[in-house]
Design a protein around this ligand. Sequence first.
Ligand code: SF4
Length: 732
Amino acid sequence: MAGVNRTAYRTCPLCEAACGLELTVADDVVTGVRGDRDHVFSHGFLCPKGATFGRLSDDPDRLRRPMIRRGGRHEEVSWPEAFAAVEAGLRPIIEGYGQQAVAAYLGNPNVHTMAGGLYVTPLLKALGTRNIFSASTVDQMPKHVSCGYLYGNPLAIPVPDLDRTDYLLMLGANPWESNGSLATAADFPGRLRAIQARGGRFVVVDPRRTRTAEHADEHLFIRPGTDAYLLFGIVHTLFAEELIDLGRLTPYINGVEELRGLAAAFGPERVTAVCDVPADRIRGLARELAAAPTAAVYGRIGTCTVEFGTLTSWLVDVVNVLTGNLDRPGGVMFPLAAHLRPNAQPGGRGFTTGRWHSRVRGLPEVKGELPVATLADEIETPGEGQVRAFLTVAGNPVLSTPNSDRLARALDGLDFMVSVDPYLNETTRHADVILPPLDALRKGHYDFSFLALAVRNFAAYSPPVLPPGPDGMDECDILARLILIISGQGAEADPALVHERLLEQALSRAGAAGLRDTVSGDGPAERLLDVALRTGAYGDRFGAVPDGLSLDRLLAAPHGIDLGPLQSRIPEVLRTPSGLVELAAPPLIAEVTRLRDALDRPRPGLVLIGRRHLRSNNSWMHNVPALVKGRDRCTLQIHPADAAGLALTDGAPAAVTSRAGSLSATVEVTDRVMPGVVSLPHGWGHDLPGVRLSVAAAHPGVNSNVLTDELVIDPLSGNAVLNGIPVEIKPA
Ligand code: SF4
């Protein structure tokens, strides 16, 4: 496969935007990266992270062989030795203490790999533990829960129809830096500019004047964590001024009258005191949303990682419903990805949480997992069911979850830990065994998660650009071997057993049992993808639909295949028992009472929020020199008035203290943050011993999650509260 100065096309897996890359490859090295101008979705767009794509593969700190910790140090070993150590470490704990004694944590990069989309669920099934944790509960779980109650399916998330909308209201989202989230939109900034170019508007609501806010037609500051009040103020106005118009969806919406009653307590004059958005602008937003030919409300991380995250996520969709903008072009719509099928008919079992509860704090299960905010409790607290072994896959919870110092101490107390990860980082340094998968250039790619969130339907598959190399192991093989070890079949069992079983199951589920010989694909993930594509919404049905999709058709289309603008999917997409959109599900109604009671809470003093930077991606891209060069970005932003009141000076250190912990950060005085709010980016703090991230260690920054509090969560989703943390600050 290697050659001299050849060109390869590849979907960028580094964020949710799913851009097409054009790579220049000389022998086994990527010597150039450009945006793929012929890509059907990204049309040549490229951000600074994507431009460094090759550097992640040739990073000298990247692990290429497994590691075992001996005498407090990690040393390279062979793959058989590593899997034997996993078997020796895990099996006695499972046999001695049961399956619940093993916990698993799945990091965000799992949604950017085919192995994560196809092999993690079978791995968790084999583990049989209820102690499953993931980055979802420090991120988007509130949106899953609100969509679960509204539409009966937590994965049915409507996205703003950016390319056709006339008016976009964005809350807690900064796509100019993040490139978008829960809305896959390559060149998100270009799509926002296009709204303005065609005479539309976009408005940003955020406690910080972000880069997105700078480009917006209007930016409104809001107190962190109070977006639910603003949105309820809009709902109140829509009812009060008789601006409700459900449009085509009128027969499919349940609960409008309950909503009217709930909104009565949240008049603009009442909520402005909490959220700081002027009452006349709250009314104005309601009128603008109702009057626009088409409009969309879009909320992201700042609306999820807060105490009322689920209510806020719900209210985003409520406003879209009440203004007639759900499921219509230019509003918010449900994508239909090529590997998925539409439902045969509306209606289903609906959505529920709490099928089990965490052992120590009694927190309800949500979407098959427990809040990561209680992971340390489960490890530290003795008794039946105590977590003694820990498996991580592509995760760094020591930097990304609340009260990190406590979690790091808890990991030291484990009997055994194994990590599937390419880096010896702040979390995997605690692991007894580290199993590094092949880098992105050496494996195929299809976005199972993000094609289901794309603002235009399209499909793309990228084959491996480079061969695996002598020591490399594909992540599907690693996870298959773990499944075999966990299920007692031994460290030496052939992973092909798992690959074939999963393929048989996929064929059987698709009603295609017996068609094994017609399946395409060089690897196990590719064969599973072929089945999903061929039986998916646009599939060839194994030859019955001649122009339908298959893996072979995607292989023949290196720039992707456009499947057209989003189409209306209600009622088919609804999986509620009623087959309707349920605006007033009982758990949400009960939570509104708590929101109403909190109207009278005293306002906290200074509160901490996070922030995003274009050249950063959570914790794991700080080892790329081009992405960390330049001035220190891990600063504590504070408003000039607050800085003056606290005698803080620009560039000097400040001591920041919360209930959970304290740290010292460099002050950046700026009116980008509103008074009463300070901001630190997350994913930093690369100065811990035993880590092999030499570039990151030279730009360590501080870990904002030392300050975030594991005891405060959004109760409906279990999501951690990472924005709006009360802090005290003084010169260090
Ligand atoms: S926006 Fe995201 S997908 Fe596109 S090049 Fe940048 S990191 Fe890659």
